[in-house]
Ligand binder design. Structure first.
Ligand code: NI
Length: 191
């Protein structure tokens, strides 16, 4: 097992369209090792998701592992460790929701991104079997963020820039000046 270095914004690998894997490749030892390194790296750096291009492998593989606890400690929103290969994303509800996003490849930056609130992801699992996930709310944003990495897109590309009010900030200033109020219709994603 190995913790890999994470590619940072500016490295060309983050701008490439990741190659899909063949069934034979999915079932190979190489892919098992890649996924193991992705999980270990994600855990080491404290992400809730990671895409293969972030560890310099331009293939269509992403891992998501997210769990949110309610105030009483019960799990209210979770995506247990999921490996997503060759995913296709379909918007089920294009009403947009905003979250402040972060990314292991864009350290120390937060940006407010509006994305569709409900999506379906069709993908292959590690056994090369077709699977489907419907994600809503925060998880819909998590999946869209990770899958964007497979298409050369970073969350900063999706921030709506305008003179005088661009919602992008360093983490420290974000926490000081921009953290959403509880009633705001926006949340946080620090991936
Ligand atoms: Ni990211």
């Amino acid at each position: 097992m190995a913790i890999r270095k994470v590619a940072r914004m500016g490295h060309p690998v983050l701008r490439q369209i990741a190659r899909e894997l063949t069934q034979e490749e999915i079932l190979s030892e190489d892919t098992r090792l890649l996924v193991r390194d992705m999980i270990e790296s994600m855990n080491e750096y404290g992400g809730i998701g990671i895409a293969a291009p972030q560890i310099y492998e331009s293939v269509a593989v992403a891992v998501i592992d997210y769990q949110e606890e309610g105030e009483d400690g019960s799990v209210i929103n979770e995506q247990p460790l999921t490996v997503v290969i060759n995913p296709k994303i379909k918007v089920l509800d294009d009403k947009r929701q905003g979250f402040w996003e972060g990314c292991l490849s864009v350290p120390e930056i937060r940006g407010l991104v509006y994305r569709p609130r409900k999506v379906q992801i069709d993908y292959l699992d590690l056994s090369a079997k077709p699977q489907k996930i419907v994600a809503e709310g925060f998880l819909a944003t998590v999946f869209q963020h990770e899958l964007d990495h497979l298409f050369g897109t970073l969350f900063v590309d999706r921030v709506e820039y305008a003179p005088g009010k661009s919602p992008i900030a360093f983490t420290e200033e974000y926490q000081k000046y921009l953290t959403p109020e509880e009633d705001d219709d926006i949340g946080e994603l620090a991936d």
